[in-house]
Design a binder for this molecule. Sequence first.
Ligand code: TMP
Length: 206
Amino acid sequence: MSLFITVEGGEGGGKSTNMIYIADYLKAKGYEVVETREPGGTALGEKLRNLLLDKNISNMDCSTELLLMFATRAQHIAEVIKPALDAGKWVLCDRFTDATYAYQGGGRNIPMERIAVLEDWVQGELRPDLTLLLDIPVEEGMKRATLRGEKDRFEQEQISFFERVRQRYLAMAAQQPNRYRIINAAQTLECVQSDIKQVLEEVCCQ
Ligand code: TMP
C-alpha cells in the first residue's frame, strides 16, 4: 500500500518543521517516502514557483496565478507524484490542491467550481489519501512567519486575505472528515508532533 499525504495550512503553522518530522516518522516505520512540495517539486515547477512568489510582480491576474498553480501541478504529477505512487512509494507533499481552494478560492474569491474543473482535468482521479491541516489563528501565524524575514508575494497580503484562507481550509476539513485531520498548530512543537504521531499511527501505521 502506498499513500499520498499532504500537509496544509496558513502562514507560520510550522509546515516545514513538521514535514521533516512526518517524513522521519514514516521512514523509521520502513516506508519509502518521496518528500516534495507545491508550487514546485520539479525543475520546471521551481521556476514557476519563483514567478508565483516574486514580490516584484505586483499585477499578476488571479486567473494567471490559478493557471500557473495548475501548470506546476501538472508537471509535478507527471514527473514525480504518479511515478512514485506507481512504484509503491509514499508521497509526502507540502501543499497541494487544497491550497488552491484556500488561497485562490478563499483568498482571491475565484469560484470553487472553476477550480474543480481544473482539478479534474489536471489530476484525473488523483486525490490525497490524508491531509494534515496545521491550523493556527492568523495573527499568531503571521507573528511567527514575520520572524523568517523577507516576505514573498503571498505573505504581503492583508490579514483579511489570510482569514479567508483559514476559513476555507476549516470548511474543507469539516466537509471531508475522512481525509482531513486538523492539528492545532498553536500548541508547543512537542504537543503538535504528538498529535501528528497519533494521526499517523491511526491512519497509516496500524
Ligand atoms: P509555501 O510558503 O508553503 O512554500 O507556499 C508558497 C505560497 O504559495 C503560499 O503562500 C501558498 C501559495 N499557494 C497558493 O496560493 N496556491 C497553491 O495552490 C499552492 C500550492 C500554494
